[in-house]
Design a binder for this molecule. Sequence first.
Ligand SMILES: C[S@@+](CC[C@H](N)C(=O)[O-])C[C@H]1O[C@@H](n2cnc3c(N)ncnc32)[C@H](O)[C@@H]1O
Length: 380
Amino acid sequence: MATYKLVATAAMGLESIVAREVKDLGYETTVENGKIFFEGDELAIARSNMWLRTADRVKIVMGEFNAYTFDQLFEGTKALPWETLMPVDAAFPVSGKSVKSKLYSVPDCQSIVKKAIVERMKAAYKRMSFLEESGPTYKIEVAIRNDKVTLTVDTSGAGLHKRGYRTGQGEAPLKETMAAALIKLTNWRPDRPFHDPFCGSGTIPIEAALIGQNIAPGFNREFISEEWPVIPESIWEKVRLDAEEAANYDQPLEIYGSDIDHKIIEVAKENAIEAGLGDLIQFKQMQGKDFTASSDYGVIVGNPPYGERIGEEEEVERMYRDMGEVFEQYPTWSKYLITSHPDFEDLYGKKATKKRKLFNGFIRTDYYQYFGQRPPRNTN
Ligand SMILES: C[S@@+](CC[C@H](N)C(=O)[O-])C[C@H]1O[C@@H](n2cnc3c(N)ncnc32)[C@H](O)[C@@H]1O
């Protein structure tokens, strides 16, 4: 087993949630913009990919050094022990980015890094001819910021938001990682009712059900590092087996998803089935303003339309007003709504208990949080 410097990448604003998840897996973290660093072995790579609900990817940090010239970039890259990670037949495409640095030509940086690794690998594996690159893939990134080079290797493959259950989606689907983060920011517990009244393809209710039954978000997919010889198959088997054991399929859940669009409700149902959740979530075609609840102390999490499209604004504003009137008839329920609409609180008719700036993709949004009454102690 080796020890790797690892980084879980996160959408802007979600760093503290991702860091919490990494800590919950038992690793110490340091946090920078969009990056949560931790150390771990091959098991840590497999576990973090399997369990992180809110991170974008997990990468190995191969090395960090300053470079002001192409020579320094070449030598710094060549000095790293690439052969300890990659077999002789590894395929290793190199992507790049550069911000505020002397070395600003990204294509040049990529090809220099590529050449330096090829040279290192040929020397390490005593190859005179070219490397065939017919084996497992190692996606390398050279990122240069303020002349500091960071070389990483992606261990996830498809981004971690690709859980493998989304067979269909609506017009503005929420990333699964963001949906999980929205839920983690609430006070919801699996013994309380949960409702997404704008559920679209069902992302938020599905993520809630996965959290509610402690089902690993990566149970339904594969990771690029599963092909790597340095991570024995037995590690992945152990991680999958542990995930199976950790799942609490007996946890009863009261989770609802509703949407005005009956076609998208069918998509949501299919996605839930694909996620292995079968009939666990109750989906229904319904307008947001027809929300009702038969039990108390529930949680609403909603990602309504933001009214950004031409012609949509008036309708969305009316909907926000209706929503405020209806939801506030349920004072024991907590409500959490994400939108980019600048006048949301005025339209909803109440100042949020708390709000948090989040980026939904490139859209700057606020997450409006209205805390419901606390349950009496003995029912808590
Ligand atoms: C931003 S999308 C939600 C996407 C969803 N979170 C997902 O991941 O697929 C907003 C949803 O609100 C629904 N919608 C629009 N007006 C509505 C209304 N008055 N009542 C209920 N749903 C509405 C739309 O049909 C759409 O599916």
